[in-house]
Design a protein around this ligand. Structure first.
Ligand code: ZN
Ligand code: ZN
Length: 173
C-alpha cells in the first residue's frame, strides 16, 4: 500500500462527537495546519483493551484548545490507570471519550465517539472523513500485543509501529 499524502483524501474542518448517552457532546475545530496523517494513532496495550473492550483503540490527536464542549461536563470523569495518563469517560454510560498525557498539549479523541456522519458520511449530506480520521499513519503503540493472524495488515502499515510507547523507543518492522 502506497503511503497516503495529505492531498489524497477529504478532510473535515470540524467534527462533533459524544458519549453513548449524549450527556457529553463536543466539537473539534481543526486548525488549517492540522496533520491528519500524523494525528491518526492506535494503541493495543492491555489498559486500552480493558478500557474499550476491544482489541485496538483508534484515536485522533488534536490540541486540547481545539476541543469545545457543547454540554456541561458534569458526567465527565478522568480515570488514571497509569500516573499522568488521563482516560476521560462518562460516568452515566461508560463511554471512553479521550485519553491524554497530562504533560502534553494533545488530547487523543477516541474514534468510536466521533459522530458517524463524520466517520462514514451521510447519504446526500456529508461525505465521510473516515480515512482522514483513522488512517493509522501516525504512532501505533504496543504493536507487540498484536494477536498473530488477526491483527496483521490492519495497524501501522504506513505509520511507525512502536513496540511499546513512543518514549520506550523501539520500532517494530
Ligand atoms: Zn454518557
Ligand atoms: Zn493503550
Amino acid at each position: 500500500m502506497a503511503t497516503p499524502s495529505l492531498n489524497d483524501f477529504p478532510k473535515p474542518t470540524s467534527i462533533t462527537g459524544g458519549c453513548l448517552c449524549g450527556a457529553i457532546r463536543y466539537k473539534v475545530d481543526f486548525p488549517a495546519e492540522h496533520d491528519f496523517l500524523k494525528a491518526s494513532t492506535s494503541c493495543q496495550c492491555t489498559q486500552c483493551r480493558r478500557n474499550t473492550g476491544t482489541l485496538v483503540l483508534f484515536s485522533h490527536a488534536v490540541l486540547s484548545t481545539a476541543v469545545t464542549y457543547l454540554t456541561p461536563t458534569t458526567t465527565l470523569k478522568n480515570f488514571n490507570a497509569s500516573p499522568g495518563i488521563q482516560r476521560g469517560f462518562c460516568v452515566e454510560c461508560g463511554s471512553f471519550v479521550y485519553w491524554r498525557d497530562e504533560s502534553q498539549e494533545e488530547v487523543y479523541m477516541t474514534i468510536g465517539c466521533i459522530d458517524p456522519e463524520y466517520l462514514m458520511g451521510e447519504e446526500g449530506k456529508t461525505e465521510g472523513f473516515g480515512f482522514a480520521l483513522v488512517n493509522g499513519s501516525g504512532d501505533n503503540v504496543f504493536c507487540e500485543n498484536e494477536l498473530k493472524g488477526v491483527r496483521e495488515g490492519w495497524v501501522g502499515k504506513t505509520g511507525k509501529r512502536w513496540q511499546k510507547g513512543t518514549s520506550y523507543g523501539v520500532l517494530m518492522p
